[in-house]
Design a protein around this ligand. Sequence first.
Ligand code: GLN
Ligand code: ZN
Length: 755
Amino acid sequence: MQNSVISYPRIGALRELKFAVEKYFKQTSSKEELFELAKNLRKRHWQSQKEAGIDFISCNDFSFYDNILDTANIFGVVAKRYKELNLDSLDEYFAQARGYQGDKGDVRALAMKKWFNTNYHYLVPECDDVSLIKLNHSKILNEYKEAKELGIEAKVVISGLFTFYKLINFANDGLKNEALSKLKQCYIELLTKLNKEGVKWLQFDEPYLVYDLSSADIALFKDIYTDLLSKKANVKILLQTYFGDVRDIYDDLLKLEFDAIGLDFLEGKESLNLIKKGFDDKKILFAGLVNGKNIYKNNYKKTIDTVNELKKYVKNLVLNTSCSLLHSPYSIKHETKLDKKYLEYLAFAEEKLIELKELKEILSSDNFSENALFKANLELFSKENNRKNEAVFARVNALKADDYKRKPEFEQRRSIQKEALKLPILPTTTIGSFPQTSDVRSNRLAFKQQKISATQYTEFNQTKIKECIKFQEEIGLDVLVHGEFERNDMVEYFGESLDGFLFTQNGWVQSYGTRCVKPPIIWSDVSRSKPMTVAWSKFAQEQSKKPLKGMLTGPVTILNWSFPREDISTKESTLQIALAIRDEVLDLEKAGIKIIQIDEAALREKLPLRKSDWHSEYLDWAIPAFNLVHSGVRPETQIHTHMCYSEFSDIIKEIDAMDADVISFEASRSNLELLDTLKQNNFKTEVGPGVYDIHSPRVPSVDELKNTIKAILSKLPKEQIWINPDCGLKTRGEKEVIQSLKNMSEAASEIRKEL
Ligand code: GLN
Ligand code: ZN
């Protein structure tokens, strides 16, 4: 049996590419240096795959920023504004990725979007001039030849036309038909070129096929591939899918002339059942069984059982990763601080290559159950690993329907809170964090490195809190925050304070471009051994008579931004985290905090790709997990939540069912439409639609803010509205924050007078 890797990560084991690209951005290195480093990285990555004996190694999976952006440039789907800058191709590429401001002009970047159900973000290609569409395949051929020099006959990987076309943002619908037919010509031309070059395999990535497909989608796909496949000549075509199953189009895929089809047997719930309907003996099945987006070792027994099941229906089988390894960190060999008892369960990208190699070896042996590698893996998975905390387990099991229900009902609480808090109409507040200036970060770092004492660390933060409270009072905000100076990151901070999480030194995963994230690992049952935020909030509240809002991250967000466990369900893990945060909520309340905000910045992110799964697989436990966190508070305690986006018209009922008293959200562009939807749905929760965009350093004027507030007032009753920025202020500079908040507070107070 042969094995294959869909794509390999490119950022480098120690984020070499990130640093090189950033150096180039800062103009402290040359184009040549950047190209040289990129070439060496590609070489290293191919070599690790070659050493692991991978049979199908990809080329053209490298990218300076993003693969979809590469595809757009290969086919000339580039918005006119970038062409008009007259830059060389690399700089034109980066101008699309990050915008350009310089002597040649001033243009904004392409929009960025989440890549399916991952935490990776791609750049959304824009098409406003069809005449620019033409093939430029030099990147592909260069990489193919580079691999060849290393003795690797690489399969060329590229986004398939169907998925690519679906991701393009067209300036107007009138462009679509012509663009499609030109793109089809370009793909055909590419096939010709690859044939000439002697390329043996071409992999078209078509993850869009795992969404719910309409009959128009299916017709479009068939139309595209009937044409392309008739021109494939000697190049063999692998149609690769991932992140789900292809139930809507499986039968059609079999009828088309693909040489191989790649299916995901981990996230694709229906994949095995589809295969049981029958496969095609002339085709090869690339079976995605080694997880490309987790960090845990493969359970060989499970994998081999599936392979054996598949063999009953499939003649030609290749063992594959379930998706690109881009979504997994590089290698555990750079983890020097994690104990062996944890490391032996972990597999990052490099270790996954070893798994592919070992599985191939085991599957080729006559009696796999006697194979030493197999036995070692079996033993690992049957060993006791102390991840269970009986008390936590019992607590989750004992939960009753009533525990998820806040009492009394919303309207009743609302009047109790009005009485208790005595807030003015249009109360003003912020989302929590204040600028993380360099002194704030150095203080945290010095404490972490034990260069200063706990007292010194605390005193510094207390001074910051005092200043922050004083400022908020001076400008007249109504609900204050402590500023979150103790937090590096809204998930990491809680992960570090809770029991059950592990942290890596280099478990970086590309999030977009040069930005990587290092998610914590949920290792075992989660519990809270002591309060995590109470001392800071209490200290802050003592500085003012105005109500101070305690700040917490919600369980769904903590889970979504961590690597989840695989031995228990996500639901179970989330409920454990919810109980821990619930204890914190109750402790804050006990300490005299009257308003508590529980951020669910990532709630929307993990909505399943298929709408039919939204409830059963996600919302039905995610929303109750949030309810569990706050259902124990007194009626007069006001619960807020925050979301970093406003696209929730399709889950509006569920957001309302979170049963918070107030929700703040991002609302810079699409806001007003959402407000209409809120009204139509009788949204009960009070709302703070962000009145200005904190993702830009721009300071909004009082007049501008007044207009925004008036626009909001024209949509919703004034009693339901809060005034706040659209997200936390930690990434902003102090100067602009001071001015923007002053203006916001003034705008609110002027409007109040007018009302
Ligand atoms: N309370 C957090 C902050 O203000 C929320 C951050 C977020 O929504 N991403 O920083
Ligand atoms: Zn936010």
